[in-house]
Design a protein around this ligand. Structure first.
Ligand SMILES: [Zn+2]
Length: 319
């Protein structure tokens, strides 16, 4: 059994990862409200976000690219997922098991066949990415121009098409939950493995690998001309043999202390065994490692090292 819960802080500079659709010649970013602390009071403020839908789509897209590159029998892709069409499958699906054996993406990210009503819930769940509670964030709009010339090479007056795009820069937080225990297992009939354990491990590990790419900024819209200037700052990933509560979301400024307190409590009270859980971190300094958490916390120097170590745990723990 393996459950993974992670929360992250990433810098995205000058990006336009999630727009709302143009209003005239203006392309605004998606706006949402968040509740946060300003000194000692809580308040609701408007901010800008990258939707969970967008993050999930990109996680799926990275998995499909890795699966194509690895070209292993354990990582097949259906006709839709090869082309990047996810979720509402256009294939006629007779059972959840059928689809699991046919496609690693439908296995991990779920699907719905509207024709037969057969579905699978996603094993991978993502939050919105929002600027952190400390509000280290700002946006601006930039004017671009498309130019059309006539046969003589002259710019025609109607050929000038100025438009404005909003771009944001800031520290963003998001969270992911991955119920890797169910990789290759139909949720509608959990006693039945559809694929063997070695293939299940390959699939679980590709989900972790794709998370690594997400953290390096491989997400969202307008990448061709505004590839995000990204840098992962902090990662906190809990891997466990048993279902566990998620860490406090990295949006909150005190999420590390909060999270450590929660797991310390679970271990002290005997609700979690010390050999059933590991807490992997990147970029988090000055963690107060008490004796209960001493051998559980694994601090890493890079995202790559962290993902590599988590993959080793999948080999050990997924059964
Ligand atoms: Zn598929």
């Amino acid at each position: 059994m393996v459950f993974v819960r992670g929360t992250f802080r990433v810098v995205f500079n000058v990006h336009s990862l999630n727009t709302e659709g143009a209003v005239g010649n203006y392309n605004p970013l998606v706006r949402v409200f968040v509740t946060g602390r300003n000194k000692d009071t809580w308040e609701v403020v408007e901010t800008y976000a990258i939707s969970g839908n967008m993050l999930k789509h990109w996680h799926a897209r990275i998995i499909s690219e890795i699966a194509k590159a690895k070209n292993l029998k354990s990582l097949p892709l259906c006709e839709d997922c090869i082309r990047g069409v996810f979720y509402r499958t256009r294939l006629r699906v007779e059972s959840e098991s059928d689809m699991i054996s046919k496609c690693v993406l439908d296995d991990l990210h779920g699907f719905l066949c509207t024709e037969t009503q057969v579905r699978r819930e996603s094993l991978i769940k993502l939050s919105f990415a929002v600027p952190v509670e400390e509000r280290i964030f700002n946006i601006c709009s930039v004017t671009h121009n498309r130019v059309v010339v006539d046969e003589s090479g002259k710019i025609s007056k109607e050929g000038m098409m100025p438009f404005k795009n909003e771009y944001a820069s800031g520290i963003y937080a998001f969270a992911i939950a991955m119920d890797l225990k169910y990789v290759g297992i139909p949720l509608a009939n959990p006693n039945k493995n559809v694929i063997n354990n070695s293939d299940r491990k390959d699939r679980a590990k590709i989900a972790l690998e794709a998370l690594g790419s997400l953290l390096q900024g491989e997400i969202g819209a307008k990448q061709a001309r505004a590839f995000p200037i990204a840098k992962p700052l902090q990662a906190l990933v809990i891997i466990s043999k048993y279902p566990i509560p998620a860490p406090t979301h990295a949006y909150y400024k005190d999420y590390i202390e909060d999270t450590m307190e929660t797991y310390r409590g679970l271990i002290t009270n005997g609700l979690l065994g010390k050999d059933t859980i590991e807490i992997h971190t990147y970029g988090i300094k000055n963690i107060d490692i008490s004796k209960e958490l001493k051998n559980i916390i694994k601090q890493h120097n890079s995202i790559g090292e962290m993902i590599g170590d988590l993959s080793k745990k999948i080999d050990e723990w997924l059964e």
